[in-house]
Design a binder for this molecule. Structure first.
Ligand code: ZN
Length: 281
């Protein structure tokens, strides 16, 4: 009876709203991007982040004299403000983190792909340094979200937030939403500093740089991966993460985090180059 009751209760509990890759996924993509950027682009990014109001908080978590750490912290800012009472709700832009599709393949909710396009365009063209500082952490974060399959998800289960699964590979959270399961695959949320750098290096060694393609292609790749994102096996009551599924999902998540990082690095490089060639770096 207990075996049946616990998952049932957990399935009935209200799932948390969509987050993103957890902090480790975003920081890893930021670290991969940093490794891909030229010194001039790194300087431009670091200067823009130094003007952001949250910069002192990022600095507290960063190793001294390591501007890559600041970019890694800035990459999670868009999620960290969700429960910040000092930031007005309208500025939290919850709909920017995802784009959901209905059964017919039409966009049902969310603005993720549109906002990535818009922010990249603004960063290329704006002459306002404050707008650059405001937009940059958003772009860095949302390129990561766009590579997480469940952020380009099905509207009927709210991108896997409304689907509870059984996951024996996480002893502390054996029952969770499918969305949270995917968010947690890239690593523990406290991954920072030297360990973060080492894991980013490993991701770059294991995964070649993908074609840059374009924002619509990044979205469509995530959407195609949805077919592999749902477990087929069934546990006591719920879909079950078995060994084969866990291995495959882990590999997909790591590849997508690496791809997001490579593309983010090249995108920031192109944005900075466009500004320099116009004489407004
Ligand atoms: Zn997000």
């Amino acid at each position: 009876m207990r075996r049946l009751l616990l998952p049932l209760l957990l399935a009935l509990a209200a799932p948390l709203p969509a987050e993103a890759w957890n902090a480790a996924g975003h920081r890893l993509s930021a670290a991969v991007a940093w490794a891909e950027m030229s010194p001039a682009t790194r300087d431009w990014v670091a200067a823009a982040l130094a003007r952001h109001p949250a910069h002192p908080r990022w600095q507290d978590k960063a190793r001294p004299g390591e501007p890559m750490d600041i970019l890694a912290e800035a990459s999670t800012w868009a999620d960290s403000i969700r429960n910040d009472p000092d930031i007005p709700d309208a500025d939290k832009h919850r709909r920017w983190h995802y784009v959901d599709f209905d059964a017919r393949g039409r966009v049902a909710a969310g603005e993720l792909d549109r906002q990535v396009e818009r922010l990249a365009g603004r960063l290329r063209s704006t002459a306002d340094p404050e707008e650059i500082s405001r937009s940059l952490p958003w772009l860095v974060h949302l390129v990561g979200d766009l590579h997480q399959p469940l952020h380009v998800g099905r509207h009927d289960d709210r991108g896997g937030n409304a689907l509870q699964i059984e996951n024996p590979y996480n002893r502390r959270r054996p029952f969770t939403s499918l969305h949270a399961y995917w968010d947690d695959l890239p690593g523990p949320p406290w991954l920072r500093g030297r360990r973060l750098e080492q894991k980013a290096q490993r991701l770059r060694a294991d995964h070649p740089a993908p074609a840059f393609a374009n924002v619509a292609a990044w979205r469509d790749e995530s959407r195609k991966l949805l077919g592999e994102a749902y477990p087929d096996a069934v546990g006591s009551l719920l879909p079950l993460v078995d060994e084969a599924f866990q291995r495959r999902a882990q590999a997909i998540a790591e590849r997508r985090v690496a791809e997001a990082g490579y593309r983010l690095g090249r995108l920031l490089e192109a944005i900075h180059r466009a500004r320099v060639s116009r004489g407004t770096p």
